[in-house]
Design a protein around this ligand. Structure first.
Ligand code: ZN
Length: 233
């Protein structure tokens, strides 16, 4: 789960002038269609251009878990301010079309959820019974998706310390767990702390923490070239 704060621009639907009910109904149906269409277009763009998404998609393909856009992604309306989620039962990534309004936000949500999908593919994750598994994947998703990259944090006016990235990752992992499981904050904190070091230092498949799009591009290039040296022997 990715409970992104409403930091995206407000499209101001609250301020839309009153219209008669018939028009309103039409407008509603039309806007649902528009949101769905926009969500699919932004998803396609993310899959083709975001280095985070491209790396994760090729890594999954190489692990035998090829992702199909129509089969494994679903643009839907969601409650509250949730941006997306990974449904392990159907191996589907849900993108909240009513809450994702900008390409940058879409790129981060796709990267975040693809990290869960990657973990689901490579390991036998017990999402429901083992909180340590869930915590580990949430730590990795917050750490590697750009959720806590400097730009995103700066946008939230959280300038600060060197350890800030770690604190951000810890905080976001906690929030994600509390959003999807009925456990106490103390219990969630304990689980996150227990697995933090090993999961924070597990950078697969990036090989580093991609703090920026540029880092992610380098990671993607290295990943794409990983066999080249041996191929030339
Ligand atoms: Zn998550």
């Amino acid at each position: 789960m990715d409970q992104t704060k409403q930091d995206e621009e407000d499209y101001g639907y609250d301020l839309f002038p009153d219209r008669n009910p018939k028009d309103k109904k039409q407008y509603f149906a039309q806007s649902l269609f528009t949101f769905n269409h926009k969500c699919r277009v932004m998803l396609q763009f993310a899959m083709e251009t975001s280095p985070y998404a491209k790396l994760l998609l090729s890594a999954m393909k190489n692990s035998g878990c090829k992702i199909f856009k129509d089969r494994h992604f679903s643009c839907e309306d969601c409650d509250g301010t949730v941006s997306g989620g990974f449904d392990a039962a159907s191996s589907q990534i849900v993108l909240c079309q009513n809450n994702i309004r900008q390409q940058g936000h879409m790129n981060r949500v796709v990267a975040h959820e693809l990290i869960h999908a990657f973990d689901h593919c490579r390991a036998h994750v017990d999402w429901f019974n083992n909180y340590r598994h869930l915590a580990c994947s949430e730590i990795r998703a917050a750490n590697l998706s750009g959720d806590c990259s400097f730009y995103n944090e700066a946008a939230r006016f959280n300038f600060g310390l060197k350890e800030h990235h770690q604190e951000c990752v810890r905080g976001r992992a906690l929030r994600s767990i509390l959003a999807v499981r009925k456990i106490s904050r103390e219990q969630a904190e304990k689980v996150v702390d227990e697995v933090f070091d090993s999961c924070f230092n597990d950078h697969a498949p990036f090989g580093r923490i991609p703090h920026s799009k540029k880092d992610a591009k380098f990671a993607y290039r290295d990943y794409a070239n990983r066999d080249r040296y041996y191929a030339n022997l």
